[in-house]
Design a protein around this ligand. Sequence first.
Ligand code: UDP
Ligand code: MG
Length: 310
Amino acid sequence: MELSLVIPVYNEEKIIDELMQRTIPALESITSDYELIVVDDGSTDSSIEKLLLFREGNGKIKILSLSKNFGHQAAYTAGLEHSTGNIVAMMDGDLQDPPELLPEMYRMITGGDYDIVSGRKTARKGRSGRIMYAWLFHLFFRHIGEIKNMENSGNYSMMSREAVDALLMMKEKVRYLPGLRTFIGFRQGYLDFVRDDRFRGKPKMSMAKLYLLAADAVFSFSRFPIRFCMFLGTIGTLVFMGAGLYVVVAKVCGFAVLGWSSTLLSIYFLGSIQLVFMGMLGEYVYRSYKESQNRPVYFIRKRYDTTPGE
Ligand code: UDP
Ligand code: MG
């Protein structure tokens, strides 16, 4: 198998026709030796029926149907683990990542200069709230993330078999694939593009899901939260040591004011800071708990992936 393309799909019945009509020709223009792995992430609409219809006409379309909605990072993982191509691509199923870029990505990899090519968004079209959100995330992550050059690349990418295998060797349960993909090294290239608005339908990643994904990225690829606790804790201790000294001096010299406001304020302040820190520590505890549970990141309900004649 020369080329695998993985697309996660969650309740995208309105888009599938257009998605196939644009994606298949893009793949055909590269090679006829391809597989298109569509991962149905527990859709509850008619996505799966539509996909099966396309599969009847084209056996190169393979469908993995997950047992429930696991989230798109898990769906991508399922698709990547089942891919057999020498070169493997990942693409969102809502046509925000234009399939027409695939041939160029393929050229960059087979040209021999790169093992991984990621789509880099030079601009985004679509809902301004989400654009703002993405911008803020990348701004924050640029400063605190321990992996560099991930900026403005998302899931859209193409990788050599060696790179995919490396990516899949990382078995962590909390998965942020764009981060992992940058982390593994290899020769990374970028292909600039303007990210379209989704073709139709509502985003399937809610703002809450996007927030959790951003939290996964931050906690997996930076020490910032825990360092920040240390930093504030140290500053706080110094300030209150100074204040304590002042109180003693004031008492001894007899100019202490009978006040409750400063006491109350410091209690509030310390209390709330402690809550924040406990929350952050909780994140780490929760994440190591998740890893130690060692549950699979997805389950497959049904595979439609035998090629005719097998
Ligand atoms: N998706 C999925 N599972 C989910 C949410 C989304 O497989 O739980 C798919 C969705 O069908 C789409 C892709 O992941 O193909 C990206 O989702 P979306 O467009 O909602 O995310 P965004 O573009 O906002 O990152
Ligand atoms: Mg989208």
